[in-house]
Design a protein around this ligand. Structure first.
Ligand SMILES: [Zn+2]
Length: 188
């Protein structure tokens, strides 16, 4: 059973989060097999049938994922043009979301295509990423403040004050930690 987490706010950052514990010397891979890539796409509602995935395609997904991570989180210097080219390469391959209707007030306005191949999956993810960067900018992509988390998310909140991947996962961990520290007698 995989423990997928959907805290990124957008599906492309959820992909980034399939590599866990980036803070540690030994990050944990959750996309360990081609089948796990297929299950992840299914869990995201991106494929209606089990996505066929080759070994080499799984590696392609991982390379793409690390390019996204570098683009939003690279602490040192300018973004790499190779990473940008990779995102655009997949975005070019297929059109993005399609307008379904133009409802006023509510309703589903756009349809994200369901994918039948890894390349189509990467195309959807590339479009999602490009949309996210255009909408929010990479400065709104944050890493959870819990020191042993490392998950990333886009902070779409109004005041841009979101600190945790999720309140349930890390917000509470921190609260408990603080409470424990406070309740310890001084000097102990
Ligand atoms: Zn966290």
């Amino acid at each position: 059973m995989e423990d997928w987490l959907f805290v990124g706010g957008v599906v492309s950052l959820d992909l980034v989060n399939t590599k866990r514990d980036r803070w540690s010397a030994e990050p944990r891979e959750t996309l360990t097999t081609p089948a796990s890539v297929s299950r992840w796409a299914d869990a995201q509602g991106l494929s209606s049938v089990a996505l066929p995935v080759e070994d080499s395609e799984r590696e392609e997904v991982l390379r793409f994922r690390e390019a996204l991570y570098a683009l939003v989180m690279s602490p040192n210097g300018p973004t790499s043009s190779a990473d940008i080219e990779m995102v655009n390469h997949y975005a070019y391959a297929l059109p993005g979301a399609l307008l379904k209707e133009a409802p006023r007030g509510h309703g589903v306005a756009v349809a994200r295509p369901t994918v039948g191949s890894v390349h189509a999956l990467l195309s959807v993810l590339a479009h999602d990423f490009i949309w996210m960067v255009g909408e929010y900018g990479t400065e709104r992509v944050k890493e959870c403040e819990h020191e042993r988390c490392g998950l990333v998310f886009v902070d779409a909140s109004r005041g841009v004050k979101r600190r945790w991947c999720s309140m349930r996962r890390c917000g509470n961990r921190i609260k408990v930690q603080r409470y424990m520290q406070k309740s310890q007698p001084a000097g102990s």
